[in-house]
Design a protein around this ligand. Structure first.
Ligand code: ZN
Length: 443
């Protein structure tokens, strides 16, 4: 199975992707995803033990009940079909013909060469008072694709809110080809409470594309998806780490989709982590509806981190430039991103976690990542890196329980083959499938 897939991917790489130089990555990636591919057609399942992560990692036991089980029980509608795309995303501007048209969105008409701030009201608060959130729209003077930016699907993830604001307000509609739609605060109820979740403790990012007659989460998801997302030709969903963890700015993308690869290349030299989207995420639902989507992770929750915000804005403005939607707004050095696979290093003992590395650190196999000290017995244990790579996500210093996912080590795609045989292939396949996803965390 894998050999056939490898051959197919190899041919595809040489015909289509060779200029992108990711052929070797896809070939070796095959080695790790084949068990999943063999299961194609079966229902996707969460990684085993994921519920345990949630229990262990949450400081509030109620959070553990939040979404993970209810999402699985709830029937979501099939992805709402988006409009057809006849040309690859990379050629959307150059092949666009005629004049730009007015954009119809949320009951308003945005003329070419203009910007508008609209209000989107997904649902009512539990008190029955409608709550609306802004939708920023810039419709370009010239025709082209519609790029959508969403942030704060998790209400405590603030960096993306500022990224959307900066990017949208920097665009001159007279010089734009296509349109940019920004929803800076998707989960406005969570945002107002400083919480990742909706008021009913559900994780909104497990309910897309939603259901108009389902739970509150499914209804909000459905409203966003049908009213806004279905108008998009491409989507970037902005997130941060969660639960006292921070992420090196990175793109999470399913590199089997050529238009998604176009997006990842567009950001300039930003780290790219291959991950198949989890069912129910906005990225999953959008891609299923034919809208190429990536997630950008940058920093941690509950704070505004200027360096991460600037990094994200630089990537997004580079994307607008490489998609030809704007002329040389920004171009970021080497346009080739760095592809990673990844694995989490977990605590074997409980205690006080103190890190010896920082985000972005390059580590070698066996390097000390951090220590955990039992505050009662003073017993100390060490966490060491299982392979050479880079720290792309990590927990802040805190008290942890055994099993806590502490350090996220990215393994450069070129090096994946080198570590083959050092780890159970099934583990690698699972992590590759999920991009190191730990339930209840991150995207
Ligand atoms: Zn998030």
């Amino acid at each position: 199975m894998c050999r056939i897939f490898k051959k197919y991917m190899s041919a595809l790489c040489h015909q289509t992707f060779l200029p992108l130089r990711i052929g070797p990555f896809l070939a070796c990636f095959c080695l790790f995803v084949s068990p999943h591919i063999a299961l194609a057609g079966e229902t996707a399942v969460e990684p085993s033990g994921s519920g345990v992560d949630m229990l262990q990692d949450s400081t509030d036991e109620d959070d553990a009940r939040s979404s993970e089980t209810s999402a699985a029980a709830e029937k979501l509608v099939d992805a709402v079909p988006a409009h057809e795309h006849d040309v690859p995303l990379a050629d959307a501007v150059t092949t666009a013909e005629g004049l730009a048209e007015p954009l119809q969105l949320l009951g308003s008409e945005i003329a070419p060469g203009s910007s508008q701030r609209l209000a989107w009201s997904a649902t009512e608060l539990f008190e029955g008072v409608p709550v609306s959130t802004p939708v920023l729209v810039v419709n370009g003077r010239q025709p082209g694709p519609i790029l959508c930016l969403t942030a704060a699907v998790h209400g405590d993830e603030l960096n993306g809110i500022e990224m959307v604001r900066r990017v949208l307000h920097d665009i001159d509609p007279d010089k734009l080809s296509g349109a940019v739609i920004g929803v800076p605060i998707v989960n406005v109820q969570g945002f107002r409470r400083g919480s990742r979740y909706l008021p009913d403790r559900r994780d909104l990012n497990r309910y897309f594309p939603g259901n108009p007659s389902g739970s509150a989460a499914a209804r909000i998801a459905y409203a966003l998806f049908t009213n806004v997302i279905a108008h998009c030709d491409a989507l970037v969903d902005l997130h941060t780490g969660s639960f006292e963890r921070a992420n090196l700015p990175q793109i999470r993308a399913d590199l089997r989709n050529p238009d998604v690869v176009t997006l990842t290349l567009g950001f300039g030299s930003m780290v790219v982590l291959h991950s198949e989207p989890t069912v129910g995420t906005l990225r999953y639902a959008a891609t299923s509806a034919g809208i190429p989507a990536v997630t950008v992770e940058a920093g941690g929750p509950s704070q505004l981190e200027l360096a991460e915000v600037k990094h994200g804005v630089k990537g997004l403005e580079t994307l607008l430039t490489t998609l030809d939607m704007v002329k040389k707004m920004r171009l970021w050095g080497d346009p080739e991103p760095v592809y990673y696979r990844s694995s989490w290093v977990r605590a074997d003992n409980g205690g006080i976690l103190l890190a010896d590395v920082s985000l972005g650190s390059t580590v070698r196999k066996g390097d000390l990542l951090g220590t955990i000290t039992d505050p009662m017995s003073n017993a100390r244990s060490e966490l060491r890196s299982p392979f050479s790579g880079r720290i792309i996500g990590m927990a802040r210093n805190q008290v942890v329980m055994p099993g806590f996912a502490a350090f996220h080590v990215g393994i450069q795609a070129d090096d994946v083959e080198a570590i083959e045989g050092e780890q159970d292939p099934a583990d690698l396949a699972q992590e590759s499938r999920t991009g190191g996803y730990v339930d209840g965390m991150s995207e």
